[in-house]
Ligand binder design. Structure first.
Ligand SMILES: Nc1ncnc2c1ncn2[C@@H]1O[C@H](COP(=O)(O)OP(=O)(O)OP(=O)(O)O)[C@@H](O)[C@H]1O
Ligand SMILES: [Mg+2]
Length: 235
């Protein structure tokens, strides 16, 4: 059994009187790709935001590489080796692609140029556009910029919130290939929020299905395939 990198136990998060997560436990091992699925409003984004220190944890614990994360500020959590690509592919529109990637290297002391080269190697389409403003790129290309920027920080774990949302099928395939390379060439573990069941299952790792803030299903992707529809529909 590989080392547990991210260990979430009995996590609860509230938005005022609304309970968004109740008693969620989830693990990501070193070198593993884990996906998180579930219907709209299930709490997937909330879980990633709680890991990153962007939402206050009401109960339970989040540990990363043996250290406690919950209660720490988001910049400190990022510096400890977790990169977060939020839902809606946010890059800095007025900045060039190159400038976006350099921002990703802000927290690392050295090796930024090499890390940027590796990111361009992962997404060759971006290299040709490196001096263009990010806002001039297509939605799919902006998603790639957001992922590339996260990787330049050299994270041990990358949190990806619905990277395939709104992408044409051919670009979803690009994302699938990129995930595979992130896992195997960058040695970065992945926690992927994904509603596209085919993409989620293609990671080949384990998965969790959330519904109304609870884990309703978990297991290896091979076992989840037939049971996911049921879990979504609440059957
Ligand atoms: N800032 C907020 N204030 C109050 N309630 C919120 C806030 N953000 C999310 N919620 C609520 O928390 C619940 C979980 O939302 P969350 O965004 O985590 O779901 P999700 O699984 O990511 O959904 P989607 O698939 O639509 O992105 C929902 O009921 C949502 O309405
Ligand atoms: Mg979401």
């Amino acid at each position: 059994m590989p080392e547990v990198l991210l260990d979430i136990v009995d996590l609860s998060v509230n938005y005022g009187p609304v309970t968004a997560l109740r008693g969620v436990s989830l693990q990501v091992a070193q070198g593993e790709a884990v996906f998180l699925a579930g219907p709209n409003g299930a709490g997937k984004t909330t879980l990633l935001r709680a890991i990153s220190g962007l939402e206050r944890v009401a109960g339970g614990s989040v540990r990363f590489a043996g250290a406690t994360l919950h209660g720490r500020p988001s910049w400190d959590i990022a510096a400890s080796g977790i990169a977060h690509v939020p839902q809606g592919r946010r890059c800095f529109g007025p900045l060039t692609v190159d400038e976006n990637l350099r921002l990703g290297g802000y927290t690392r002391g050295s090796g930024v140029a090499e890390a940027i080269d590796a990111a361009y190697d992962l997404f060759p389409a971006l290299k040709a556009k490196r001096r263009q403003r990010a806002e001039e790129l297509s939605g799919g290309q902006q998603q790639m910029v957001a992922i590339a920027r996260a990787l330049v920080a050299n994270p041990r774990l990358i949190l990806l919130d619905e990277p395939s949302l709104g992408l044409a099928p051919i670009l979803v395939e690009d994302v699938r290939v990129a995930l595979h390379r992130i896992l195997h060439e960058f040695s970065t573990s992945i926690l992927l929020v994904e509603q596209n069941a085919r993409l989620a299952l293609s990671t080949g790792g384990r998965g969790y299905v959330l519904r109304s803030g609870r884990v309703v299903l978990e297991g290896p992707s091979t076992e989840l395939e037939g049971r996911m529809k049921e879990a979504y529909l609440g059957g």
